[in-house]
Design a protein around this ligand. Structure first.
Ligand SMILES: [Zn+2]
Length: 437
């Protein structure tokens, strides 16, 4: 087996001794950047004409995190993440639109799929049957709700048109479930849905604020399916998604300054670069990353000062960031590692994971804050606007803190754990993040 550490060009041979005293030789190459002209024979590469991957994510459940990271997932499974379905109104089984066959009911937006995309994966990684079975209830219901048109899930209208943001989130859960189970229904449901998306006129497609900002998530899942089934009509859909998504390719500004949108959507151009092969697209993602930190980068810990929204005049090191923003930044870094092979993204992910993300939670993982700032020692229930954006009790450590972070926080550590080791184009592996596993 060949193993990598991304650093300097060097080749070393280690001799390891297992507990029975048997000698195992392991060759380790230390390289500046991985060569992506080869294709890993064990895992799905990007299919032509998409640019080849530099690194491959191993299927969920392959990596068993140990030490503090394994402990963190255990705490989460016994804490808020693992028990949220019993206390969150958004996960009520008697009235959730996510469990209804006809897409009608209450609580049919982002909260459930935010929770599920981390909850299910914690279950797969820990082999926790209770969590796997619970996740399956929501996954099956979503797949069973597919309508003859191909649309599925809660029928949500915002501003007079079908809002597609929550469906983008559900794909993260479906893709992880497919990695875990190889259940072919996932491919069928996603394929039917993407065919339906091709019939929606541009004038009604991704026009609401959240879906418009976050179309890059939709794009990512279209490429995921294309790499498996090779259906070239998906590439036309990808172009349509890109042209109807907010413009994240501007030199000196961003389409909006919402902290989660920035952490999640700055990667859209580099995702589309896989198809366009236009260096300007990939460079736009690097530019977005630098731009927000140049203007609001006084806070340490890998993020930027934004509270809920970055605002002119509020640039000091006491500004905060939302918990959703932290874990979306980490997820973006993990994807960009695969697309670019640039170790910069591993550095940033570790910076956020070690220096910002843990401060948003109580150590027992039973409570969290909406906003956390590295120099903000206040943790009360008062309204601190306008110094902190928005108005409300946003610095309070509270298990019911805000609709989004309360549910979305589940994926932060488990996605990180899934990327500790990644596969390389020449059938080796690379150590990406430092933790025992
Ligand atoms: Zn949030």
């Amino acid at each position: 087996m060949k193993n990598y550490f991304l650093l300097l060009p060097l080749a070393v041979t280690f001799t390891l001794y297992s507990c029975n005293g048997k000698e195992n030789k392991m060759e380790v190459d230390v390289v500046e950047k991985i060569d992506n002209t080869l294709s890993n024979s064990n895992y799905v590469n990007n299919r032509a004409p998409l640019q080849s991957l530099y690194l491959y994510k191993l299927p969920v459940g392959t990596i068993k995190p140990a030490s503090w990271l394994g402990k963190m997932l255990e705490l989460q499974s016994n804490g808020l993440a693992g028990n949220l379905s019993e206390i969150s109104v958004w996960l009520r089984k008697d009235s959730s639109a996510w469990l209804s066959k006809d897409g009608l009911g209450k609580y049919g937006w982002e909260e459930m799929p935010y929770w599920l995309k981390g909850y299910g994966n914690i279950g797969y990684v820990l082999g926790n049957k209770k969590m796997i079975d619970e996740a399956r209830i929501w996954l099956d219901a979503a797949m069973d709700s597919q309508r003859p048109t191909g649309d599925f899930g809660p029928i949500v209208y915002r501003n007079g048109k079908r809002d597609l943001w929550a469906n983008m989130l559900m794909f993260f859960s479906l893709q992880s479930y497919y990695e875990y189970s190889n259940d072919k229904r996932v491919l069928q449901v996603m394929g039917n849905y993407f065919k339906w998306q091709q019939t929606v006129p541009d004038s009604l497609f991704l026009k609401d604020y959240w879906e418009n900002s976050r179309g890059g998530d939709n794009l990512y899942s279209v490429y995921w399916l294309y790499n498996i089934n090779g259906d070239t009509t998906l590439l036309s859909l990808a172009e349509k998604i890109h042209r109807n998504t907010a413009n994240w390719r501007q030199d000196t500004t961003l389409p909006n300054w919402h902290n989660v949108n920035i952490a999640q959507c700055f990667r859209e151009p580099a995702t589309y670069f896989l198809q366009s092969h236009n260096e300007k697209d990939r460079n736009a993602t690097y530019n977005n990353f630098e731009l927000i930190r140049e203007k609001y980068g006084q806070v340490p810990g890998g993020m930027f000062g934004s509270d809920e929204n970055s605002r002119v005049g509020y640039t000091d090191p006491r500004q905060c960031v939302e918990t959703c923003g932290m874990l979306e930044q980490m997820a973006s870094d993990e994807m960009l590692l695969r697309f670019t092979g640039d170790k910069k993204w591993a550095e940033n992910c570790e910076d956020v994971a070690f220096n910002t993300f843990p401060a948003a939670f109580m150590p027992d993982q039973k409570s969290l804050r909406y906003l956390t700032g590295p120099n903000m020692v206040v943790s009360d229930s008062k309204d601190h606007s306008p110094g902190i954006d928005n108005g409300g009790p946003y610095l309070m450590m509270n298990p019911f803190s805000s609709r989004c972070c309360q549910h979305n926080h589940t994926s932060g550590w488990v996605y990180y754990a899934e990327h500790l080791i990644m596969a390389t184009p020449d059938d080796g592996v690379a150590a990406m993040f430092y933790s025992s596993s």
